[in-house]
Design a protein around this ligand. Structure first.
Ligand code: EPZ
Length: 416
């Protein structure tokens, strides 16, 4: 298994480009299932999760062509609306084929994703919404089996804000008979990006970005070309890496407008953050000030940036209180950060992080995607060498990570 070796102490400086958003590209690529016509997507990040999804779509009969960051999908020949356990267990987001398959083919069999390191990750809201639209849904032998001649528009109220739940139901509603209203919808920018892509394909959607989304079903969608939005979590991750090293960086091909809550916290920590039209600049102080935070659905502080801020607070002045309200087990990076000398106490869904003078390099183990990012950030400032093991987690969500960090002056080597 690959490892990353980091020699701590380098101050990050320079400029790198941000890639397309993993969490926008995943639902957006599934939208190709909704039409017989080819759909072209640009700014698609080259990530393992994207590769996994494209293999899953190919297994269903989608014709996939890919050149650099451009992907064209043709779902005219789909003859196997099934997502097998073998595929889904490696990437939970595969559940995003469920809505489009039921909408277009009237039937789908998708393996239950099962839990993952950060939590149980149920999909009951996805199922509840499809049932509201008239689908007969059974869960047998670990598979969700949904069947309906044609979905009917319905009013759906999700019990909690769910990003992929909103996305699955919005895609399903595009071809339903009548209007669907999704209340308590997720407001994440990735939901808006998906809605923009669907509208370009002929869908009738209004309200995306708010907590009530209206979709008027149409008979069919057509082909389109859509550019995936920049990855706001990749952006936030590099901003944190620059912040902890007292660095000064410019991130291009991204926007500050999706990161208000994160930028607020970076400024509270003492950083200067300048938003440009399609770039962000950060200049960090010699020593950061601890910042407390509480994760919540967008536009509040994103859970996907919690681990990175735990690493930032580990070397800041003062004590930070971090409350994780979205997932039940998203503090696994804490014990690994403690191996590097961090002073962290966990009490349920709250972490108390007391900044220390210096972290010491050590061998640590990645447990999930964003936990891995926090260990990399800590390794950048730890004294001596840090080895991060099981970095296949990182490769799922960060494109060319060591290349980009290296371009900013970090001393990072991948050990095969
Ligand atoms: C999306 O996951 C993201 N993944 C996650 O990013 C992100 O952390 C999460 O949203 C929250 O922002 C993708 O977009 C591919 P949820 P998702 O449904 O949709 C509960 C990363 O690191 N819930 O919004 O799976 C659920 O257990 C990943 O890039 C139900 O109970 O998250 C959680 O506690 C990690 N039943 C909460 O809702 C359901 O049917 C929010 O989950 C659905 C969700």
């Amino acid at each position: 298994m690959d490892k990353l070796l980091i020699a701590g102490g380098a101050r990050l400086s320079g400029e790198i480009a941000i890639s397309g958003a993993k969490n926008a590209a995943l639902p957006i690529l599934c939208s190709a299932l909704l039409t017989r016509e080819p759909v072209t997507y640009t700014n698609v990040p080259r990530l393992n999760d994207i590769g996994t999804l494209l293999r899953l779509l190919e297994q269903m009969g989608v014709k996939v062509s890919r050149e650099d960051d451009t992907v064209t999908l043709d779902a005219s020949g789909v003859d196997n609306p099934v997502a097998s356990y073998e595929m889904v267990k490696t990437m939970r987001a595969s559940i995003l084929v469920l809505g489009p398959l039921v909408a277009r083919f009237g039937e789908a069999r998708v393996s239950l994703p099962g839990g993952c390191a950060i939590g149980a990750r149920p999909v009951d809201q996805h199922i509840k919404g499809l049932q509201a639209m008239g689908a007969t849904v059974t869960v047998e032998h670990g598979y969700v089996h949904a069947k309906v001649p044609r979905l009917k528009g319905a009013r759906i109220f999700t019990d909690m804000v769910t990003v992929t739940g909103t996305e699955n139901l919005m895609m399903a509603a595009c071809l339903a008979d009548g209007e669907t209203v999704i209340e308590n919808a997720a407001r994440e920018p990735e939901v808006v990006d998906l809605a923009n892509c669907l509208v370009a394909m002929g869908a009738q959607i209004s309200g995306a970005g708010g907590d009530v989304i209206r979709i008027r079903g149409v008979q069919a969608l057509h082909g389109a070309t859509h550019r995936v939005m920049p990855d706001r979590i990749e952006t936030g991750t590099y901003l944190c890496a620059a912040a902890v090293t007292g660095g000064e960086v410019r991130l291009t091909g991204t926007s500050a407008s999706y990161l208000d809550a994160v930028i607020d916290k970076l400024m509270d920590a003492g950083c200067e953050v300048i938003a440009e039209r399609d770039a962000i600049r950060l200049k960090a102080p010699a020593r950061l000030t601890a910042v407390s935070l509480r994760t919540s659905p967008y536009p509040a502080f994103p859970t996907d940036m919690q681990a990175q801020f735990m690493a930032l607070n580990a070397v800041a002045d003062g004590t930070a209180v971090i409350r994780e309200t979205i997932f039940e087990n998203r503090f696994m990076h804490a014990v690994e950060l403690q191996r590097l000398g961090a002073d962290i106490k966990i009490d349920g869904n709250t972490a108390f992080v007391k900044g220390v003078e210096r972290l010491q390099g050590a061998t640590v183990m990645a447990t999930d995607l964003r936990a891995s990012a926090s260990l990399i950030i800590a390794g950048l400032v730890a004294e001596g060498e840090t080895t991060v093991e099981r970095i296949y987690h990182l490769d799922r969500g960060y494109e060319r990570l060591e290349e980009k960090l290296g371009a900013l002056g970090a001393r990072v080597t991948r050990l095969r």
